[in-house]
Design a protein. Structure first.
Length: 277
């Protein structure tokens, strides 16, 4: 039997990553001969570590915080969605030895919301919290689902306005500062800030959600994130974290690398059980 193909996730820190668990399940499920590890690289070392990985026979990398923009600069070519996002979370070695950069985050979010949770976004008013890299990565796929309105709210409204300009060709977009939010409820509120990772929340008026609202947090953890807890306390229709997005974006990467699409639902339920343990 030939040696397994090598894949990994690179970040700083990265020991907490669930990607090895996910990709090991994908490989077993689809009969793919591969290994998948973690690589911790400081920002100053990113290019050298990635070059060495591919020189030593590596086939593909997932890229996590804080390297997504550096990965976009490293790649010889970007997919249209990676170019649009200005960030890369997947690097793939091509047959000619060059490295392709892709961004599967937005597709992962869209698949999780639509396929796993049955959420219809078409014709609905969406509020997106945050204007950083995570927000930028999911904007194009969200707009592709045809919300009637998508408003980006950010502490620094200028950053939100930059995204409105960059994506204005894709749909009806607007920008607000948190201080400009009123108590009108939104159909869907998506948290793309990093606040949940530290157990915090942006300053949110309680009236932005109602009993009909759906709330989604891109972050996930062993327990409810601060945003999901906030949503439940306000009696929303549904609130969920980004664990499904994590699995779905991994499946997109796996498909890019191996040409087969794994079944995500079984892996998602297994991962959720693992987290609860």
């Amino acid at each position: 039997m030939s040696a397994p193909d090598r894949y990994a996730v690179i970040g700083h820190p990265v020991s907490h990553s669930r990607s090895p668990f996910i990709h090991a399940r994908f490989a077993a499920q689809t009969g793919q001969n591969l290994t998948y590890d973690t690589i911790d690289a400081a920002p100053a070392d990113f290019d050298a570590v990635v070059r060495d990985f591919f020189a030593q026979g590596g086939r593909g990398l997932n890229v996590t915080i804080p390297h997504k923009e550096a990965a976009a600069r490293f790649a010889a070519e970007l997919t249209p969605r990676a170019r649009r996002a200005g960030a890369v979370n997947t690097l793939a070695l091509r047959n000619d030895g060059s490295v392709l950069g892709d961004n599967t985050d937005g597709a992962g979010l869209a698949r999780d919301m639509v396929n796993n949770h049955g959420i219809s976004i078409a014709g609905r008013r969406v509020l997106l919290l945050g204007a950083g890299g995570a927000a930028r990565g999911v904007l194009a796929p969200l707009l592709g689902l045809k919300p009637s309105q998508l408003t980006i709210v950010n502490r620094t409204v200028e950053r939100a306005q930059e995204l409105v300009q960059a994506f204005s060709d894709m749909g009806h977009l607007s920008a607000l500062a948190y201080s400009q939010l009123d108590n009108q409820p939104w159909d869907i509120v998506i948290n793309a800030t990093a606040a949940s990772l530290s157990g915090e929340l942006p300053a949110l008026p309680p009236g932005i959600v109602s009993a009909r609202s759906i709330c989604y947090d891109l972050a996930y953890g062993r327990h409810e994130t601060a945003f999901v807890r906030w949503a439940h306390e306000r009696g929303v229709a549904r609130a969920m974290d980004g664990l499904g997005m994590l699995v779905e974006q991994a499946a997109e990467s796996f498909h890019l690398w191996r040409g087969v699409r794994p079944d995500t639902r079984s892996v998602l339920s297994e991962l959720a059980a693992e987290l609860r343990r």
